[in-house]
Design a protein. Sequence first.
Length: 202
Amino acid sequence: MQAHGKPNRSSDGGPPNRAQRNFTDPDSRILPTREGFIAGYNGQIAVDAAHQIIVSHRLVTHSADVDGLIPLIDAAHGLLGRTPAEISADNGFASEANLEALTQRHVRAYVACKRGRNRDEPEDSWRRRKKQPLMIAMSAKIKRAGRRSRYRLRKQIVEPVIGQIKQARGFRQFLLRGLYKVRAEWALICTAHNLLKLATSR
């Protein structure tokens, strides 16, 4: 579908929800991947740095991660009884509101933030982003630390866990249908990961 010569897009840049419908699983949504677009879900996790244990997880029907950061942290607090002292997260979780919420929770944050203007980013969006002091300060903090930045730790904390789930355990797609069932399936996958980690830590 097009309007005024430009393709219609959803807020996260993918096809709008009304563009296609999955009759096998109506709860799923069209999500972008490295291989293209698929009908699926977005599973998110928070991982303990010391033991690669998943301390919280969530599953949503859209590709944007930004709304997941604080719920993941609050869920970890509910499980562990305390808020994480420090977190690192990629650019998908970056927003002024998230950084403000982390400050209120006294969490040391290392969140990748966009520094320059994207080629396809509208001018008004770029101007708004320039007025976000916490995002600007976070970007400067990570850039200033360079190769010593603690943000780099996420590559050896979260990424290996995702790799273990996908490669070592062969999880490539959800087998159930419907948001409620898929959330339960994601919880089982995360629980199985944790049990295997605990079993091999002795």
